[in-house]
Design a protein around this ligand. Structure first.
Ligand code: SDX
Length: 379
């Protein structure tokens, strides 16, 4: 018993793996992807370039990036079989459930499990990065009773997704800001959905099952779904004079304030800082959103009440306001998180293949002592 490490609920503070992909300094609010600041990447990189960096560990050369972009562009289309399957999904279903099903179905077409073959790994990365946005956009059009529209090869990654989703070419500023959002959501060390991805990867199943497992995990309101709830919270508060009473009541009722708190960050999430700036750029260009003023008041009031406990805005607090300004339906916020986090999930999948050890932690048994069988008539 002496050698058993102490049990930590939620594995808090327990290193479950070694990884070279992402580092978080929760005390100073710093986030780096393979050593590059996420803030620097959001300002200078693109989502596909950052995806390449996360997965293969170095910034691509111009030739490598061009090839990766062309491969992704060539694989954006999704088989009519998957589109027809999506037409059978109930339009009322949550898009994350649709995404989990359609992402898993890619395995029916492409799984070869040649996990020691770098070509197979490259192919699987390209297909998942390329097809998941198409599936999210397809579900949106199908549930509106329309046929999904095909990707446009002349549009870069972010613009093409917004085009497939809205049937309109996006404004260049909107596309650039959306691409920066994807970079900021691409990776975050061992969050719950990435941990799911690594556990699934450790059994040597195929990468499509790995991503489907992670999508299911991200769908939970404590993880990916919070930015939808932040907007609902702001609408429930309604006006700035209601912020403090609303917060005081929520805290008195031990409610979790959505978009706040983090297992790692004990200061404001650096991604929230950048997303706030992106939101303000959109408001300057496309008009203000009064919910933003409310959000700022909530942040101020929460700093007094929750700040002393190290609870500050996380990535979800302002991201919903950005997507709302981009005209993205609220229940697609988490699928968009999944589009971005597929990069991180696949980086961890590839790294886990190298670790080559199945996850099988121990437990502390708290159940019944061995006991005798009792026949039904005697119970
Ligand atoms: C993401 O892990 C990642 O990196 C995730 C993510 C990523 O990029 O992958 O960053 C994305 O998931 C962001 C988080 C989105 N979720 C929310 O905004 C939901 C609200 N947040 C909380 O549920 C919570 O803060 C978590 C889930 C984010 C973190 O949970 P922890 O670390 O398990 O913290 P906890 O629940 O144990 O809380 C510790 C204390 C508790 O108080 P006490 O019981 O000790 O008195 O802090 C309190 C909690 O009540 N607390 C909150 C709070 N978060 C923690 N109190 C009020 N509001 C909150 N939001």
């Amino acid at each position: 018993a002496a050698s058993v490490p102490p049990f930590r609920p939620g594995l808090e503070g327990v290193p479950a793996t070694q990884s070279a992909i992402c580092d978080i300094d929760g005390q100073r609010g710093l986030l780096t992807y393979r050593g590059y600041g996420a803030d620097v990447l959001a300002a200078n990189s693109t989502f596909l370039e950052t995806t390449y960096l996360l997965i293969w560990g170095a910034l691509p050369t111009a030739a490598q990036l061009r090839e990766f972009e062309q491969e992704v562009q060539m694989h954006r289309r999704v088989s009519f079989r998957i589109r027809d399957m999506m037409k059978c999904f109930p339009a009322s279903g949550h898009p994350m459930d649709a995404l989990q099903s359609s992402a898993a179905s890619l395995g029916l077409f492409y799984s070869r499990r040649a996990l020691d073959n770098p070509e197979y790994i490259y192919e699987a990365v390209v297909r998942l990065i390329a097809k998941i946005p198409t599936m999210v956009a397809a579900f949106q059009l199908i549930r509106k009773g329309q046929d999904p529209i095909q990707p446009r090869d002349d549009l870069p990654f972010a613009s093409n997704f917004l085009y497939m989703l809205t049937e309109r070419e996006p404004d260049p500023l909107a596309a650039r800001i959306f691409d920066a959002c994807l970079i900021l959501h691409a990776e975050h060390s061992l969050n719950a959905s990435t941990f799911s991805a690594r556990v699934t990867a450790s059994t040597l199943t195929d990468p499509y099952a790995v991503v489907a497992s992670a999508v299911g995990t991200l769908a939970g309101p404590l993880h990916g779904g919070a930015n939808e709830d932040v907007l609902a919270m702001l609408e429930a508060i309604g006006s700035e004079d209601q912020v403090e009473p609303w917060l005081d009541q929520a805290i008195a009722e031990k409610q979790k304030i959505m978009g706040f708190g983090h297992r790692e960050y004990k200061v404001k999430d650096p991604r929230a800082v950048i997303l706030q700036g992106l939101a303000e750029q959109l408001f300057d260009r496309f008009g203000h959103d009064p919910l933003y003023d409310l959000a700022r008041r909530v942040e101020e009031a929460a700093a007094v009440r929750l700040g002393p406990k190290g609870i500050y805005p996380n990535v979800d607090f302002y991201s919903g306001l950005v997507y709302r300004k981009l005209g993205i339906p609220r229940d697609l916020f988490t699928p968009i998180f999944a589009i971005a986090r597929t990069a991180g999930w696949l980086a961890h999948w590839k790294e886990q293949l190298g670790a080559n050890r199945i996850f099988r932690p121990s437990q502390i048994y708290t159940g019944a002592e061995p006991r005798e069988w009792v026949p039904l008539e005697a119970r």
